[in-house]
Design a protein around this ligand. Structure first.
Ligand code: UD1
Length: 421
């Protein structure tokens, strides 16, 4: 059943939100647990549709997985029963591609279709496949289906990624951790989620060094155990709440947030006029006066300004008194939410991968549609600042990355209704 969010904006936010484990860590950790020979418990895992898709993929492989209140419990499986990943599940999200390497490593074979995901522009998987080929995988297409074979197992290699893709770095970590021999990855992504994956694999007996730098070394091991693990807090959820407080005004505490992980977003909000207190596991953000424009901002790989936060920051700046321009250098279609901003009366101009935000009149509520996960969250942020009621259609995009958003907003004083259609 489709859901529409109805948000009455124009009220400041007051209160505290808990930051859950990062979706972008949990998904690769679930893929990693396919390799584990002992029970795995992942803690503080939020209830998200993307997590459900991963669990469905794992069940289709014959794995026993449970999603309780304390997290996800994955029982080890002696044999992966079916190395054919279902097209319907693959196409539900981009992160489904992360299951290729572990299934290939366990079965010597995997068959799948191309992953789906948010339509942010072209999203090829050439680096994933090229890296796996360097490790000895044979890659073939049968129509729309992709078949990878490595009957004698994957081999350690030296490989340079042509771009520091987060997903491809994760694929190659998952492929190399139990490969024969040593692997050195040059040009690897440095995002905190890569470090988290390496920490989890090392806790299970993997031998990975250098995660978080551009060169990662992996000594292949024959077997991974399991254990309990708490993934890092979600820095994009943290950025979302910070931008929401900036847009609506008020004062919000982000409990469990690690401010250094989304420092560029907090810096931008501070420059725009918010007051921010950063502690080890907590961020407090307060906005009392009108925001000012921040000039130009470009997204970049970590530790630069995160692409996922670009539409969120844009939404916060719609009511600012000066000009801002945000350029996404990673995806070509990051600002699909601009149509919604325009419908709400914002003065924005989308030029290529840039979004120019000019001072305009006050935002007003209307009917808009989410077109992707972060763009959908950006519409929620804009709705919090708008006068009157905003209806956000296609809110299933938002549920991919935010658990129980209506309830969390209510706790901060927002009037919100969920309508089933
Ligand atoms: C991950 C995040 C996503 C975030 C992105 C960039 C998850 C589940 N998703 O996505 O939220 O926006 O990192 O920080 O963790 N590319 C290629 N060939 C490849 C792989 C990627 O050309 O084989 C390109 C992509 O088209 C894109 C760029 O590299 O332009 C970045 O993609 P990548 O870092 O791989 O992002 P994802 O892992 O898909």
């Amino acid at each position: 059943m489709a859901e529409i969010l109805e948000i009455w904006g124009g009220r400041p936010l007051y209160g505290t939100v808990e930051i859950p484990s990062a979706k972008n860590s949990v998904l690769p950790l679930l893929a990693a647990s396919v390799l584990c020979r002992e029970k795995v418990c992942l803690k503080k895992v939020p209830h998200l549709s993307d997590v459900e898709v991963c669990l469905a993929l794992m069940r289709s492989l014959g794995m026993d997985v449970r999603y309780g209140d304390t997290g996800v419990v994955i029982q080890p499986t002696a044999n992966v029963e079916d190395a054919s990943l279902q097209t319907e599940l693959m196409q539900k999200m981009r992160a489904s591609v992360l299951f290729l390497a572990p299934v290939l490593a366990r079965c010597g074979y995997v068959e799948a279709s191309l992953p789906g995901g948010c339509r942010l522009g072209k999203r090829p998987i050439d680096i994933h496949l090229d890296g796996l080929e360097h490790m000895g995988a044979n890659v073939r297409w049968h129509g729309e289906r992709l078949c990878l074979r490595a009957p004698r197992g994957l081999m350690g290699t030296k490989y340079t990624l042509r771009y520091p893709s987060v997903g491809a770095t994760e694929t190659l970590l998952l492929a190399s951790v139990c490969a024969k021999g040593d692997t050195v990855l040059h040009g690897a992504a440095c995002e905190p989620e890569i470090v988290d994956l390496a920490n989890f694999l090392n806790q299970c007996g993997g031998k990975i060094t250098g995660a978080g730098t551009e060169t990662i070394s992996v000594q292949g091991v024959s077997r991974l155990s399991g254990g309990a693990y708490t993934p890092i807090p979600d820095r994009i959820v943290g950025a979302t709440w910070a931008c929401a407080a900036a847009a609506a005004g008020g004062c919000v505490t982000l409990e469990g947030a690690q401010p250094e992980m989304f420092a560029p977003v907090l810096d931008a909000l501070e420059q725009a006029g918010c007051r921010i207190w950063r502690r080890k596991n907590q961020v407090k953000i307060e906005r009392r006066k009108e925001l000012v424009g921040i000039g130009e901002r470009k997204t970049a790989v970590y530790p630069g300004f995160p692409t996922d936060a670009a539409p969120l920051l844009a939404a916060a700046l719609l009511g600012a008194s000066g000009e801002s321009c945000i350029r996404d250098t990673i995806f070509t279609n990051r600002f699909a939410c601009a149509d919604g901003f325009l419908a709400m009366g914002a003065n924005v101009h989308r030029i290529g991968s840039d979004l120019r935000i000019l001072p305009g009149g006050p935002l007003h509520g209307t009917t808009v549609a989410a077109q992707d996960l972060r763009g959908g969250a950006a519409l929620v942020i804009a709705a919090l600042a708008a006068n009157g009621k905003t209806k956000i259609e296609d809110s299933f995009y938002i549920q991919r990355g935010y658990a129980d958003l209506p309830q969390q907003l209510r706790r901060l004083g927002v009037k919100i209704q969920v309508k089933k259609t």
